[in-house]
Design a protein around this ligand. Structure first.
Ligand code: GAP
Length: 431
């Protein structure tokens, strides 16, 4: 398996991920996505949205605000319970999560550890012009609460009946204590969350359904089945709101770690918000003629972790004619760039004109790039290393026979295609 330093260096060099505010020394565990990173991230989000919302008739979307009334977080249990404890090593100054340190001494240098210190993971800020305690609010640590507090609004405007779900993708913020490992545990990140509301008696069945559905989703987009597994939470691990939970884990270079959690939240959130806000969040069942507080199944994935896992999973090296070839063998829907147009000569105006015309014809429907800044060998290596699916080379012969060479990233096979067939050919391949 590839190590994380190799991935981090590729991410920086090729424009997937940069550290935030790097020229000022960087901001710890906050990341910016470069030109290729943003394409990968958008692909992940679009594929999730497509499968969660467009391909179903029982899920609607939502885009709630990051800032919410502070009572939301008191009611949800986050103000009282969303805490982490950490210890510091008095010798090497390294910091560890208390729950991850098994022994009483530093896991790295065996030095003495401080007493555990606890703090709330939510970022605080102020609303309005006065910086007083009364004006304190939080940056949301999960997107889910935006769905719960809008439950009645969505029900009224969509006229959905149980079971149905609400999907949301958005930023979340956590003041994590232990960082490192690239984007794995960031302080600002994005979540893809689905709250699926069911009749209480059907909730276990839907829980099993969503665990399987989400597990299959990663495999559908090419994740190697050796690198992904399901793990059921032990009772003592469960979050304060969960009755049961499975993690989908990925084999990161640091070990098996959570990629997504699927929690059975029962009626915890809707009940709490109903009680504290005084506004009932029950569903009125016309047939049974009674109010029901639905139970909730929550598949909750991280966009950043998913991108990181797909990057690691796609990374391959092989020997081709005695030389090392690095390829990001992304599934075609995830590949940041679908086609690269590569003119072999920069100083032949007719050749450049033809290459530009092909590039312009293709762009707009999918992400296409144009590169004439190196020799063909280097241009291929660059595109392989970022996972571009097809390279189209335009050479001197193209001017005579009106054909170009299309090279497949995975097989490296090359085909001569008529210039006027290129668009159709690509549409067929990418469909
Ligand atoms: N609403 C439930 C919830 O927030 P979670 O297990 O705390 O559950 C869900 O988070 C997912 O969000 C995780 O599986 C992970 O993919 C992502 N996530 C959580 N904290 C993260 C962090 N600090 N950096 C990157 N992703 C994170």
């Amino acid at each position: 398996m590839v190590d994380l330093n190799t991935i981090a260096s590729l991410c920086k060099r090729r424009g997937f991920v940069y550290q935030s505010s790097e020229i000022y020394g960087g901001l710890g565990s906050v990341w910016d996505y470069g030109p290729l990173g943003v394409e990968l991230k958008n692909n992940v989000k679009n594929l999730w949205w497509k499968s969660a919302v467009y391909e179903r008739d029982d899920v609607e979307g939502l885009d709630a605000s990051i800032l919410m009334h502070p009572d939301v977080w008191r009611t949800s249990g986050h103000v009282a319970g969303f805490k982490d404890s950490w210890v510091d090593c008095k010798s090497c100054n390294k910091r560890f999560r208390y729950d991850e340190v098994k022994q009483k001494t530093c896991p790295e240098c065996k030095g003495e550890l401080t007493e555990p210190r606890t703090f709330n993971l939510m970022f605080k800020t102020f609303i309005g012009s006065v910086e007083s305690e009364a004006n304190e609010i939080y940056l949301r640590p999960e997107t889910a609460q935006g769905i719960f507090v809008n439950f009645k609004n969505i029900l009224a405007s969509s006229r959905k009946k149980l079971p149905f779900g609400v999907a949301q993708i958005g930023k979340a913020f956590r003041n994590e204590v232990t960082t490192g490992n690239l984007t794995f545990r960031s302080r600002e990140f994005e979540q893809m969350e689905l709250e699926y509301f069911t009749y209480p008696e059907d909730s276990d069945k839907w829980f099993d359904y969503w665990v399987n559905e989400r597990f299959q989703w990663y495999k559908k987009f090419g994740m190697n089945k050796k690198n992904i597994r399901l793990r059921k939470h032990a009772k003592e691990e469960l979050a304060h709101y969960a009755k049961s939970c499975y993690d989908i884990e990925f084999l990161f270079p640091m070990g098996w770690l959570e990629l997504e959690g699927i929690a059975h939240r029962a009626d915890f959130d809707l009940k709490q918000h109903s009680e504290i806000s005084g506004k009932s969040l029950a569903f009125y069942d016309e047939e049974k003629k009674k109010d029901i507080i639905p139970h909730v199944i929550e598949p909750s994935g991280g966009v950043d972790r998913t991108c990181l896992a797909f990057l690691i999973d796609a990374y391959k090296t092989e020997k081709v004619r005695g030389e090392k070839r690095v390829v990001l063998a992304f599934h075609k829907e995830l590949a940041p760039v679908k086609v690269a147009v590569l003119p072999l000569l920069r100083n032949r105006p007719e050749l450049v004109k033809l290459a530009r015309a092909i590039y312009k014809d293709l762009r707009g429907d999918f992400k296409v790039t144009y590169d004439d800044t190196a020799s063909i060998g280097r241009l291929y290596r660059r595109q392989d290393e970022t996972g571009t699916l097809y390279c189209i080379t335009v050479d001197v012969k193209s001017l005579e026979d009106k054909k170009v060479t299309v090279r497949d990233r995975d097989t490296m096979e090359q085909e001569r295609i008529s210039v006027d067939m290129v668009k159709k050919y690509m549409e067929g391949k990418l469909r």
